[in-house]
Write a new protein. Structure first.
Length: 104
């Protein structure tokens, strides 16, 4: 059984037991142990598949938060020719590492 979920602006194909990195979500508390994905686009199981318009009604995917991780550093370099302008910045995107525990 697998599902296609939407989190942020990205879509993920997940199965029970998969570990995925999703964009950091605004949460109420610092130590959140469980994440619920309500935007389920497709569910495929033994009985067939259910496709949402745009989302499947009364379905959700539950995950357990393992850690908050950072991606590799990306260098942002801006320069204007013959103007003496150079600017160098770095950026590291933060993610939540989530283990999928249930597809309901």
């Amino acid at each position: 059984m697998y599902a296609v979920i939407e989190s942020g602006s990205k879509q993920y194909l997940v199965r029970r037991g998969d570990i995925i990195d999703v964009e950091l979500r605004p949460v109420e508390g610092k130590k959140v142990k469980k994440v619920v994905f309500d935007k389920v686009l497709l569910i495929r199981g033994e009985g067939g598949s259910t496709i949402g318009t745009p989302y499947v009604a009364n379905s959700r995917v539950v995950g357990e938060v393992l850690a908050e991780v950072k991606d590799r550093k990306v260098i942002v370099f801006k320069k204007k020719r013959r103007k003496g302008y150079k600017k160098k910045q770095g950026h590291r995107q933060r993610y939540l590492r989530v283990k999928i525990t249930a597809i309901e």
